[in-house]
Design a protein around this ligand. Structure first.
Ligand SMILES: [Ca+2]
Ligand SMILES: [Ca+2]
Ligand SMILES: [Ca+2]
Ligand SMILES: [Ca+2]
Length: 299
């Protein structure tokens, strides 16, 4: 019983970090600002039914916003009248050469087929990471954000790779809106009923740094209530790795050793338009109690 409770606690605990993370889209799917809509519906419909139709901004709908991005990246005249039409090469005129630069930086597939596409991080692949480096490395290396994230005493492109991998997760998180639907008797250890767990968990914060490392802060009163179990939470935090699997799914892996047995845990969570929430059904109890909760990023 105790171990089940501890595992559940870990599940909730690991889930902490998945919420409140801002979605970072690849550059070619970023909404490109406010753009005057000059197309008529029938053009949109034609495009929607063509092979070119694609969910550019990653919101799981194909609509006018995607069509505008498509036009920005493919139609010079449309781009020229938009807010995106800037003098990217600083020669004091805005022309097709600027449009070319715009396309190289905003459209990964266009860049990939161009002569600009080279293996910038030396991993033998030419992929989105190289495009990200192509777009933003020079800016980053000259900014205050640039630091030696892999501890090899130099600041270079390999640090930038660490930066782009974890920057979206950096922050401090806490749990809120915990609900429990199940038998009142289920408890964690001697003292903590599952139905009361939200009160305790909401007092714990977790931080993620630019190296993707986790730190948990547990108030003394919670340490007392949880007893030695709080050490397991600290161990789990120390072993956590976070990675984005898609624009909508993030995974956290961790492992802990309890009674000499190693438990590996991976949590996958979806991100929703409204924010972040989760539900979890504890299948290892006969009545399959369910918990739900939200995680928010502290400002
Ligand atoms: Ca879309
Ligand atoms: Ca120009
Ligand atoms: Ca590469
Ligand atoms: Ca370094």
């Amino acid at each position: 019983m105790y171990k089940k409770g501890l595992l559940l606690l870990l599940v909730i605990f690991v889930s902490f970090f998945l919420f409140g993370c801002e979605i970072v889209y690849p550059n070619n799917t970023t909404t490109q600002g406010e753009v005057a809509i000059t197309t008529i519906a029938s053009d949109l419909d034609l495009w929607k039914n063509s092979d070119e139709a694609f969910d550019y901004n990653g919101d799981r709908k194909i609509d006018q916003e995607d069509y505008d991005i498509y036009l920005l990246q493919n139609d010079y005249e449309f781009w020229k009248t938009s807010d995106e039409a800037l003098d990217y090469d600083n020669n004091h005129i805005i022309d097709e050469l600027d449009f070319e630069k715009y396309k190289l930086h905003t459209n990964y597939n266009y860049w990939k087929l161009s002569e600009e596409a080279i293996d910038l991080n030396g991993d033998a692949f030419i992929d989105e990471t190289d495009h990200e480096i192509y777009n933003n490395y020079d800016f980053w290396i000259n900014s205050d954000e640039a630091e030696d994230l892999n501890d090899d005493s130099t600041i270079d492109v390999s640090d930038y790779e660490v930066y782009i991998e974890y920057v979206e997760f950096v922050g401090t998180y806490y749990l809120t809106n915990y609900t429990y639907d199940g038998a009142e008797s289920h408890s964690f250890g001697e003292n903590v009923l599952f139905s009361d767990m939200g009160d305790y968990l909401s007092q714990i914060t977790v931080s993620v740094n630019g190296r993707g490392e986790f730190t948990v802060t547990i108030p003394d009163n919670i340490k007392t209530i949880f007893g030695d179990s709080h050490l397991i939470m600290i161990e789990a935090a120390n072993n956590m790795t976070i990675s984005r699997l898609s624009p909508f799914i993030v995974a956290i892996d961790t492992n802990v050793i309890m009674d000499g047995i190693e438990y590996n845990l991976t949590i996958y969570l979806d991100e929703t338009e409204a924010g972040y929430s989760a539900s979890y059904i504890m299948g290892f109890y006969y009545d399959e109690p369910e918990i739900t909760f939200d995680i928010v990023k502290a400002e």
